[in-house]
Design a protein around this ligand. Structure first.
Ligand SMILES: O=C(O)CCC(=O)C(=O)O
Ligand SMILES: [Fe+2]
Length: 262
């Protein structure tokens, strides 16, 4: 993988790959996601999610088999492994996937992913674009916080509401976040039904008058998105499904792979 070609301008730790999966693969994944049994969904206050590869308990993965739509067709896991992004992680490959569903108007508050994972995350977007922001803490004395999968800032740390880096994620793209962008910063998606852009890749934030440059706007391929980013305009969000792929460094031994632990 020629990483320099995918490096997001303004960052040395985030990489954007458009069309990481094909439109046919995306349709297949969306169909499989729709067909998963209801009880596989975990219902949160403002979105639903599924866990694949197992559950993480006290930073340890209790393994379950990956579904074939993640490691056979399409072989998302193998393709991510082949990029080399996980070359220095414990298993040299993601072993855990969170599938998040965002209906229009849903998002995820700024948070850190916590210490269970090797500090590389690959996120694949399906079904809709979104705008993804990275934030920093305001104070220097910020403790490195989260001990769960997605916990908001804790312990009185103040988050700077102006993102340090903002990216446009097309359906079928992958974004790979590494290093201090993972370990020291937060990430989140605003809760909005529409994203409003002004010319040359600038997005309006929903909760403040701020306008923020989209760092990867010149890397976007989709024709309509490209035009909107160039000329300004509004893009409505559709239902987005994201695959957040990571390597949980500690894996419990001695548990049969196929049996779910209760
Ligand atoms: O949906 C996304 O793109 C981000 C999800 C996320 O940050 C998480 O699951 O920790
Ligand atoms: Fe996250």
């Amino acid at each position: 993988m020629d990483w320099s070609q995918h490096l997001i301008p303004g960052s040395s730790e985030a990489f954007y790959i458009s069309d990481f999966i094909t439109a046919d693969e995306e349709q297949h994944l969306l169909r499989k996601i729709n067909e998963t049994p209801k009880q596989k969904w975990k219902i949160l206050a403002n979105r639903r999610l599924q866990l694949w590869g197992g559950e993480v308990l006290q930073n340890v993965l209790i393994r379950q088999e990956m579904p074939s739509f993640l490691n056979k067709y399409p072989d998302v896991i193998g393709r991510l492994k082949a990029t080399g992004a996980f070359a220095s992680s414990a298993h040299k490959s993601p072993n855990h996937v969170i599938l998040n569903e965002y209906l229009p108007g849903q998002g995820i508050m700024p948070h850190q992913d916590g210490p269970s994972y090797h500090p590389v995350v690959a996120t694949i977007s399906l079904g809709s674009h979104t705008v993804f922001h990275y934030y920093r803490y305001n104070s220097d004395d910020s403790l490195s916080s989260a001990d769960t999968t997605t916990s908001p800032a804790k312990g009185g740390q103040v988050i700077d509401s102006t993102p340090i880096l903002s990216v446009f994620l097309e359906p079928r793209s992958a974004i790979i976040t590494t290093g201090s962008l993972y370990t020291q910063h937060l990430h989140g998606i605003e809760e909005t039904r529409f994203d409003t852009f002004s010319a040359d890749g600038v997005v309006s934030l929903t909760n403040s008058p701020c306008k923020i440059p989209i760092a990867n706007w010149k890397m976007v391929r989709d024709e309509q998105a490209c035009m909107t980013l160039h000329e300004g305009g509004t893009l409505g969000r559709r239902a987005r499904y994201s695959l957040t792929c990571r390597d949980v460094e500690k894996v419990a031994s001695g548990h049969p792979l196929h049996k779910k632990r209760v």
